[in-house]
Design a protein around this ligand. Structure first.
Ligand code: CUA
Length: 352
């Protein structure tokens, strides 16, 4: 009515005239919103972009639940609208007792029971094979707010340590041995498996097998203090050959720097006391408080997924890590001369 009045008064357009255009715009906006939402179904950190058998089962279960719920929601909405606006003589059918019992009790009971049985059977299949001789075993320790990673050798000994990045090969059973150094964290690489808590005084194990190469992002999934949201874990799934090469390289100590600025960087690392917290195998730095940096230059990120591995980013991080990660345990080294900072960063970046 208001629209009609305005049109008659000569003010603007009648909203009714614009409604097709508005409808189109609304539809486009809804489609974009849906695309944005579904965009989360792909990418590096999505349970709906599985890289392994277990993640595929979880993704299948999620899709079944989602599609089923959407269909039922649509049906209920349709019936509700029909009950409200349908022809009166037909609407009366909704009063039928059989329909109420069938749609209100029998249908939900049957559907939910079927889903329960389906998910229980599926969950049983998610329980992986027992660990065997060829199982790759990796210890992951949650720390505030980063991930300490130990790769275990054939005898169960610690072969080498890394941090905030995990590499695994396709086609091989991997057992993650999950613990924590402080509070509860939760190990979660959505593309590989469901999440599993890391609990003080307790060891949890997660076994899985990846079947597709790629780079995945994991994230701590349990609130563990101030920088919880900045506790990411890169996971690279390699072919078995690439993985074997990587494993052999990681076992090696850090290479000897072969250029003057890098030598200076190494000397600064030792002289500045960095070795009190960090290990670099081969140069006599054996601190265990912070991440092992022996091959830090070969990783994809520093700061647990925060910054790329470039000399500039390293320098920024060393000068003021708390700028990037509030409450971080590493103190800022802003007192270093710019030249020294650059040499130190260049050295670390060279540790491939
Ligand atoms: Cu660690 Cu949240």
């Amino acid at each position: 009515m208001a629209g009609c009045a305005r049109a008659q008064n000569g003010f603007g357009h009648d909203p009714a005239d614009r409604s097709p255009a508005v409808n189109v715009r609304l539809t486009v906006a809804l489609v974009f919103a849906a695309c944005g939402t579904l965009g989360g179904c792909g990418g590096v950190q999505s349970a709906l972009a599985p890289h392994g058998e277990h993640a595929s089962l979880v993704a299948g279960l999620s899709w079944t639940m989602f599609i089923g719920a959407a269909l039922i929601a649509l049906a209920v909405a349709g019936l509700t609208l029909y009950a409200m606006f349908g022809p009166p003589e037909r609407r009366a059918r909704f009063l039928d007792r059989k329909l109420i019992i069938g749609g209100g009790i029998v249908f939900p009971t049957a559907t939910l029971s079927a889903l329960l049985v389906y998910s229980l059977l599926l969950t049983q299949r998610i329980v992986p094979d027992p660990a065997g001789e060829n199982t790759l075993r990796i210890e992951v320790v949650g720390e505030q707010w980063w991930w300490r990673v130990h790769y275990l050798g054939a005898e169960g000994e610690r072969a080498f340590a890394t941090a905030n990045e995990i590499r695994i090969p396709t086609g091989r059973l991997v057992e993650f041995i999950l613990t924590t150094a402080d509070v509860i964290h939760s190990f979660w690489v959505p593309g590989l498996a469901g999440k599993l808590d890391m609990i003080p005084g307790h060891v949890n194990t997660l076994r899985l097998k990846a079947d597709k190469t790629g780079v995945l992002r994991g994230q701590c999934a349990e609130y563990c203090g101030g920088a919880h949201a900045l506790m990411a874990l890169m996971t690279v799934v390699d072919t078995p050959e690439e993985y074997a090469d990587w494993f052999d390289r990681q076992r090696e100590p850090a290479g000897e720097p072969n250029e003057a600025p890098l030598v200076r960087g190494r000397d600064l690392f030792l002289a500045s006391g960095c070795g009190g917290c960090h290990t670099i195998r081969g140069i006599g730095a054996d601190g265990v408080i912070g991440p092992d940096l022996t091959h830090v230059g070969s990783r994809r990120t520093i700061g647990a997924g925060l910054l790329p591995v470039t000399a500039n980013a390293m320098a920024d991080w060393i000068a003021s890590p708390d700028h990037f990660k509030p409450e971080v345990r590493m103190p800022p080294f802003g007192g270093l001369e710019a030249d020294d900072l650059d040499a130190l960063a260049a050295y670390l970046e060279s540790l491939k």
